[in-house]
Ligand binder design. Structure first.
Ligand code: FES
Length: 149
């Protein structure tokens, strides 16, 4: 990259980060830039893909061991708050039972993220709904689980 282009890219990145920090909490910015739990689980024990009214989609993958969430991953085509919400939803899901996933709510995700702007409150709702849908996916295949987890 040409030096001028390097400087331009660095300046642009700094401005984008500055703007983001004016709108979002540090936790949201941190998870947006380097989201824990981003990715997929091959052959997951439970899975859900939900598209919100805004058109953004979150997909959640769960690995379940002895009735508890051993691993949770997500992918999304959404914006920074959606990424942060998906990441936090997976964090909050870890160690819970399938029934316990109901405790991961929009409010809990928002609290853990340090809040979101009014226009992005639904991002946390979409993340919680996707997790709950994954719990339903598990329940729908309940008879197949047997002693496997
Ligand atoms: S803007 Fe719609 S889920 Fe984030």
């Amino acid at each position: 990259m040409e030096p001028d282009l390097d400087a331009f890219a660095a300046d642009l990145q700094a401005r984008v980060l500055k703007d983001a920090r004016e709108v979002y909490s540090e936790e949201v910015v941190r998870r947006w830039l380097d989201p824990p739990h981003a990715g997929v689980i091959g052959n997951p024990d439970a899975h859900a893909r939900v598209t919100g009214p805004c058109g953004d989609t979150i997909e959640v993958f769960l690995a379940i061991r002895e009735g508890h969430i051993a691993s949770a991953c997500f992918v999304t085509d959404g914006c920074a708050p959606t990424i942060a919400s998906g990441s936090m939803a997976c964090d909050l899901a870890l160690g819970k039972t399938i029934a316990g996933l109901r405790e991961v709510t929009q409010e809990g995700i928002l609290r853990a993220l340090g809040g979101l702007p009014e226009a992005n409150l639904h991002c946390a709702l979409l993340a919680a709904m996707t997790l709950h849908e994954a719990a339903r996916d598990w329940a729908a295949h309940d008879e197949q689980h047997g002693e496997e987890t």
